[in-house]
Write a protein that binds this ligand. Structure first.
Ligand code: FES
Length: 147
């Protein structure tokens, strides 16, 4: 069901941890499954992501996609990092089962939230960066409640 790469990044996740005095920190949740992701970015004065770490209360797919996403953004500029989508992360992992696709959004959204935090702290405008959601389902229509 999972590719070898997913299993590798799940069993041996890269970049797990925290960065003290990070340039930007972003936290995003998924209210539907209750999982939470936090990303820490260390960005130098040239706008290059020197280091990145993640912490998650997430499922295996969230761990594997965050591990891969952090590998992909490391060494990139802020603008390049912004263009790394969950689709690119899934491709780098040789795919995810359809029911697990939403898990890959946690890393993408948490990276955007960390970039937003970095931009706010430094009074920067990053082209294409939108205010992050605190939950990946925010803005979706509420499911109707049946009494
Ligand atoms: Fe929640 Fe995967 S089931 S992130």
């Amino acid at each position: 069901m999972y590719s070898e790469k997913v299993m590798d990044h799940f069993s041996n996740p890269r970049n797990v941890g925290e960065i003290e005095n990070a340039s930007g920190v972003g936290t995003v949740g998924n209210a539907k499954c209750g999982d939470i992701m936090r990303i820490y970015l260390d960005i130098n004065t040239d706008g290059i992501i020197q280091d990145v770490k993640f912490k998650t209360f997430g499922c295996g797919a969230a761990v594997a996609t965050s591990s891969m996403a952090t590998e992909l953004v490391k060494g990139k500029t802020v603008i390049e990092a912004l263009k790394i989508t969950n689709k690119a992360v899934m491709e780098a992992l040789d795919g995810l089962p359809p029911v697990k696709v939403h898990c890959s959004l946690l890393a993408e959204e948490a990276i955007h939230a960390a970039l937003w935090d970095y931009a706010e702290k430094n009074h920067l405008h990053i082209e294409g960066l939108e205010k992050p959601k605190s939950d990946i389902h925010e803005g979706e229509e509420e499911e109707s409640i049946v009494y």
